[in-house]
Design a protein around this ligand. Structure first.
Ligand SMILES: Cc1cc2nc3c(=O)[nH]c(=O)nc-3n(C[C@H](O)[C@H](O)[C@H](O)COP(=O)(O)OP(=O)(O)OC[C@H]3O[C@@H](n4cnc5c(N)ncnc54)[C@H](O)[C@@H]3O)c2cc1C
Length: 266
């Protein structure tokens, strides 16, 4: 289906992008367009103005700041998996990015778009939640930072309000921490049925489960199989049933992928 008519703006600075987003009630940022153009074609979203972020090179930087990894919101999944900084500091991020969809989607799709769309089956929301990332958001009132626990609000909903822009994702330095990821996808690199990211420090695991709720489900427990299983069972998960898995099967898989993610971190 063709796109409905829509106004289009291509700002050359973050300030201009924020001004445009604030000036039009129905304005939406356009990043890689891998989700947004599809939902617009399906008439599930109808922004009045698309504010295209693709000229904003300042949002494409990957840097190390005091050991932390800072990712501009427009870093593509392909850039993430090729980055020396990411490979050195938190290689799990690159490993996960390499399993998202296919090369075309990874070349266009961005880290910011992936977490701002907060599709519960996406790979990156549980990853940034487990890593304890901090998101920087710019709006007309200035800049604020939001931790991963407060960032994801619901299906397709995040702390980025209308008129605001996610500019940066800061991943803490992983000194003494090991990271792991596990999933059961539909096909080799397809959409996840259930996934889990984990970080392990001094025998303690922080696990974020994906695809089982509207937002990543965070758990902390000892990094041992029995403790991980007990933590998942105690989370009283109420996942959706769909053509790919019943709620019971998703609950079962959640235990399995949580254990595997913690083992992957060892
Ligand atoms: C065929 C296909 C298969 C896919 N499979 C997977 C998969 O298995 N796993 C997975 O994780 N992902 C998957 N994706 C999603 C993909 O990885 C992208 O991350 C995703 O489409 C969003 O990124 P984008 O840059 O294209 O964002 P867009 O589509 O441009 O935007 C998505 C949403 O985020 C908002 N947005 C974007 N950037 C910002 C910003 N900086 N600030 C505020 N709001 C912003 C937009 O307004 C829009 O609402 C798939 C996509 C396709 C087309």
């Amino acid at each position: 289906m063709l796109l409905a008519p829509v106004e289009y703006a291509r700002p050359s600075s973050v300030d201009e992008a924020v001004r445009l987003l604030g000036a039009h009630d129905g304005a939406r940022p356009l990043a890689g367009g891998q989700t947004l153009t599809n939902v617009m074609k399906a008439r599930a979203a109808a922004p009045d103005v698309l504010v295209d972020l693709n000229d904003l090179d300042e949002l494409r930087a990957i840097s190390r700041v005091d050991g932390d990894v800072e990712l501009g919101a427009m870093v593509t999944l392909s850039a993430l998996l090729r980055s020396a900084e990411v490979g050195e500091a938190r290689p799990m991020l690159a490993e996960v990015a390499s399993h998202v969809a296919d090369v075309q989607v990874r070349n266009r799709g961005t880290v910011g778009g992936n977490i701002c769309s907060n599709d519960p089956t996406n790979h990156l929301p549980p990853v940034v939640a487990a890593l304890g990332a901090t998101m920087t958001i710019r709006g007309a009132e200035g800049e604020r930072t939001v931790g991963a626990e407060e960032f994801f609000l619901g299906v397709y909903m995040t702390a980025v309000a209308p008129g605001e822009l996610l500019t940066k994702i800061s991943i803490p330095a992983g000194h003494g921490v090991r990271d792991g990821f596990a999933s059961v996808p539909i096909g080799k690199d397809g959409t996840c049925i259930v996934n889990a990211a984990a970080t392990v420090r001094e025998g303690q695991a922080r696990i974020a489960l994906g695809c089982v709720a509207a937002v990543p489900v965070l758990l902390t427990c000892a990094a041992e199989e029995a403790a991980v299983r007990e933590a998942v069972q105690g989370a009283a998960l109420d996942p959706p049933s769909d053509v790919h898995a019943s709620a019971d099967y998703r609950r079962h898989l959640a235990e399995i992928v949580a254990v595997r993610a913690v083992e992957d971190a060892d």
